[in-house]
Design a protein around this ligand. Structure first.
Ligand SMILES: *Cc1c(COP(=O)(O)O)cnc(C)c1O
Length: 360
């Protein structure tokens, strides 16, 4: 970018980036962003609003968010030997982690994967390497991962478990091998924990270089922006120095603490989403002209077989249903679409619109 008019002001990797684009979803059935489709029961909402009165909005929030941190520890079963670090969404934690790495470090992640790993690495001028998943199963290509680890000695590896956008859980033994053979940190990103019974939280005590990251976004609190990282105190102590002091605002602290102490309704909602995931997957597989991949998350990746994904996406949108078109990312995502599981009504509307889109 030497000819860029702002070349003297900004680093070339920043000039080369494009901003994270979010589609305007107003007036659509919104099944594009892995959100929980349900609102709160009326009585709970009233209690919540009441509880917000205790927030001292004129004061800075608790910089350590101690009440919330302890509620998160309990509700997520974090072992005594681990500490946690809170972030303004797990996106911020990704940024904190990468900001702490030595210069010229390499960040590694399987691909297709969560786009933020690459986006943040590039914005900070770090080396980023994506290692393709196996084409048929979207599972880890362990020999390829091991070769890349050997070659690049990555300071940081991200493994989303389940993976976004493919929805599957990687082989747990392969993940353990990667943790054991990696010279740097390995983050198991459990953003979709509410939709699976599998987790690496129980392994935290076993590996010095393992960190587990979670978020409340997919659980149903995406508007709050709250994620956390769990791991060895020695590691988190260093990362905590980089965290900006008041990164979790008082409304988020109060609301998340409230929600966790009334967690029953969120659990009911995520259980319903898990049931609907089976309904939608069965329906997609019964169509015959799409390939739909089993998912341990709150979304399903699928591929129309006889028609372009772009056309299907556009037709769905025209019928008022917004999903995610992954086809532009190419590679293993060629002709792939991703739908978030919504309410039963939303899912029916999606399936109906999809049938029309597939048979124009
Ligand atoms: C959605 C998502 C996140 C981001 O979560 P926030 O807490 O909302 O920033 C992180 N990792 C994966 C794999 C995700 O899909």
């Amino acid at each position: 970018m030497p000819n860029h008019p702002l070349a003297k002001l900004f680093r070339p990797e920043v000039l080369a980036m494009s901003a994270y684009h979010v589609a305007d979803a107003s007036n659509y059935i919104k099944l594009d962003a892995m959100e929980n489709p349900y609102t709160w029961p009326e009585d709970i909402q009233q209690q919540w609003l009441e509880s917000l009165k205790t927030c001292s909005i004129n004061r800075y929030p608790d910089p350590e968010a101690q009440t919330l941190a302890s509620a998160l520890r309990t509700s997520n079963g974090i072992p005594e030997s681990s500490t946690i670090l809170l972030g303004n969404g797990s996106d911020e934690i990704i940024q904190i982690l990468m900001t702490a790495l030595p210069q010229d470090s390499c960040v590694l992640a399987p691909e297709p994967g969560f786009v933020m790993y690459k986006q943040v690495a590039q914005s900070l001028g770090l080396h980023y390497r994506g290692v393709p998943l196996l084409a048929d199963s979207f599972d880890l290509d362990l020999p390829a991962m091991r070769a890349a680890i050997e070659e690049l000695q990555p300071a940081l590896i991200f493994l989303a478990y389940p993976n976004n956008p493919t929805g599957n859980l990687f082989d747990a033994q392969a993940i353990k091998t990667i943790i054991e053979t990696s010279p740097g940190l390995v983050v198991v990103d459990e953003a979709y924990a509410p939709f699976t019974d599998e987790s690496f939280i129980a392994q935290l005590g076993q590996y010095a270089n393992l960190l587990v990251m979670r978020t409340v976004s997919k659980l149903g609190l995406a508007g709050l922006r709250l994620g956390f990282l769990a791991g060895k105190p020695e590691l988190l102590e260093q990362l905590n120095k980089i965290r900006l002091p008041y990164n979790i605002n008082c409304l988020t602290q109060a609301t998340a603490t409230f929600a966790l102490s009334h967690g029953e309704f969120l659990l009911q909602q995520t259980q319903e989403i898990r049931r609907q995931r089976t309904v939608v997957l069965d329906a997609l597989q019964a169509l015959g002209n799409v390939k739909a991949y089993p998912s341990a998350a709150n979304f399903i990746l699928f591929k129309p077989l006889n028609i372009g994904a772009d056309r299907v996406f556009a037709s769905l949108k025209q019928q008022g249903v917004l999903i995610k078109n992954l086809s532009p990312q190419g590679g293993l995502l060629e002709n792939c679409l991703r739908v978030t599981i919504g309410t039963p009504e939303e899912n029916r509307a999606f399936l109906l619109a999809l049938q029309k889109a597939l048979n124009p």
